[in-house]
Design a protein around this ligand. Structure first.
Ligand SMILES: Nc1ncnc2c1ncn2[C@@H]1O[C@H](COP(=O)(O)OP(=O)(O)O)[C@@H](O)[C@H]1O
Ligand SMILES: [Mg+2]
Length: 240
């Protein structure tokens, strides 16, 4: 089986011009993600986990390495070199990203916020709302909140709206950056079922989980990142 995503020797650093310093954010990361499987990124805070996801989504422009993505037409695209236009296209059709935070808080009901990505892909409003309701129930969002705009929701409630919005669209590759960080253990447990459902439907996921329990239950592969300091020393040792 061929992976849908192959990251090969990915590094990202930031240049601090005033101090003439290079700040590494991830160093020499290689990993693979397959359709219907979840690859988990683990490692201490600051190890560069979020930076890897941002490079794949191209929020960050990688400094070196390759990010080979195989699109729906079977073409191989190096996301490290893809144009902005190509990235916008891929983000609208094939690659999704769920962070800890719900960024857009329009004056729309939670149900509409969640069904929006499906409607954008051509689904009927009613069937999209039915799927959204199913997901909200699965994630244990109280029904009294479904008709209310999420702006006033608690952190954990917003986080579940955000996750539902990411899960509903079934992108071919879904990036998850600590989507359960502010959930209690019982609620965290509720995310296992919808994630397993989309895995069974063939969605590939590259995920960072705050809860080791979720890595244990959901990951098909685990990739551990060393903190940049250690990785820098390793690189220097190798160079000598
Ligand atoms: N935009 C940025 N500018 C400067 N440094 C950054 C930036 N993004 C990440 N870093 C640095 O890269 C390192 C890795 O960060 P991050 O990828 O967020 O790690 P993790 O998600 O594993 O906690 C940190 O030291 C962080 O300060
Ligand atoms: Mg992070």
């Amino acid at each position: 089986m061929e992976p849908i995503l192959r990251v090969d020797g990915l590094s990202k650093h930031f240049q601090l011009h005033e101090q003439q310093k290079l700040i590494p954010s991830c160093i020499n990361v290689s990993l693979e993600v397959y359709s219907g499987q979840l690859t988990a990124l683990i490692g201490p805070t600051g190890a560069g986990k979020s930076s890897v996801l941002k490079c794949v989504y191209r929020t960050y422009l990688p400094s070196s390495g390759r990010i080979l993505f195989f699109d729906a037409k079977g073409r191989e695209i190096d996301l490290a070199l893809a144009s902005e236009h190509q990235m916008l296209e891929l983000r609208s059709r094939e690659i999704g990203f769920v962070t800890q935070f719900l960024h857009c808080l329009p004056r729309k009901s939670a149900l509409d916020v969640v069904s929006e990505p499906l409607v954008a892909r051509g689904a009927g409003r009613e069937s999209a709302r039915e799927k959204a309701a199913e997901l909200l129930a699965m994630l244990n969002v109280p029904e009294r909140l479904w008709g209310v705009p999420p702006a006033t929701f608690s952190g954990g409630e917003k986080q579940r709206i955000n996750l539902a919005r990411g899960l509903i669209a079934r992108p071919r590759l879904l990036l998850l950056d600590e989507p359960t960080a502010s959930l209690d253990p019982a609620t965290t447990d509720r995310v296992v079922e919808p994630i397993e459902t989309i895995k069974a439907e063939g969605v590939a996921m590259l995920a960072i989980f705050h809860h080791p329990e979720l890595v244990r239950r959901l990951a098909d592969r685990v990739v551990e990142l060393a903190p940049p300091v250690v990785a820098t020393e390793l690189l220097e040792t190798c160079a000598h």
